[in-house]
Design a protein around this ligand. Structure first.
Ligand SMILES: Cc1cc2nc3c(=O)[nH]c(=O)nc-3n(C[C@H](O)[C@H](O)[C@H](O)COP(=O)(O)O)c2cc1C
Length: 188
């Protein structure tokens, strides 16, 4: 089974990037991370019936369409979802690749809240895209800083690692039980 990850942080030494890499290590199968930083700003004019989507958009859609599960890992900015990640999800609204795909949402923050606002908003948006939100696979990771080894840029906190392993296990179970839905190209 193939897992596609999306990170809401473009930062080189991102703590969420470290969480993402650590989580991927628990996936038994091929993994890939989408390059959402390359996407243009969403513009419906570029996405109509007769339009050819920009190449990074087509690449994202293919990556989602061929994934058995999605892992979204993100920081929270201003009590919300980072613009780069919301932009990526906007490109997936009308093309249908998320329909029926099991999704885990993980947010990590230096603060005790663990990015709870962004986590809830991501679940809402991905649910609107008809992704299958796997609640048991979603996590809010508070006070993430000391849980990461800056040298390896991986999670080293044992409890956090065990929890990530459990989350990925729930996602894999859901992916195994959920045949990927056919991709539709219906547009509103
Ligand atoms: C503009 C800005 C807004 C932020 N807003 C929040 C916030 O609302 N909630 C939160 O938990 N952290 C917030 N943070 C702190 C981020 O969680 C922190 O910078 C984190 O390290 C970013 O994730 P990354 O390490 O994966 O890049 C904010 C940071 C910035 C730069």
């Amino acid at each position: 089974m193939r897992l596609l990850a999306l990170s809401g942080s473009l930062r080189a030494r991102s703590s969420n990037g470290a969480v993402l890499r650590s989580a991927l290590a628990f996936w038994d199968g091929p993994t890939a991370t989408a390059d959402i930083g390359a996407l243009p700003h969403f513009n419906p004019d570029l996405d109509g019936e007769d339009a050819t989507p920009p190449a990074p958009v087509a690449a994202l859609r293919t990556a989602v369409a061929t994934a058995d599960a999605l892992l979204v890992v993100s920081p929270e900015y201003a009590h919300g979802v980072p613009g780069v990640l919301k932009n990526a999800l906007d490109w997936l609204v009308s093309s249908g690749e998320c329909v029926g795909r099991p999704v885990a949402v993980v947010t990590a923050s230096p603060f005790p809240t663990g990015g709870a606002y962004a986590n809830a908003q991501l679940r809402e948006t991905l649910g609107m895209l008809s992704g299958e939100i796997i609640a048991d696979a979603c996590r809010e990771i508070p006070a993430v800083g000391p849980k990461i080894d800056p040298a390896t840029e991986r999670v080293t906190d044992e409890a956090a690692l065990a929890d990530l392993r459990t989350a990925l296990s729930h996602l894999a179970t859901a992916a195994a039980a959920t045949p990927a839905a056919p991709v539709t190209s219906e547009r509103p």
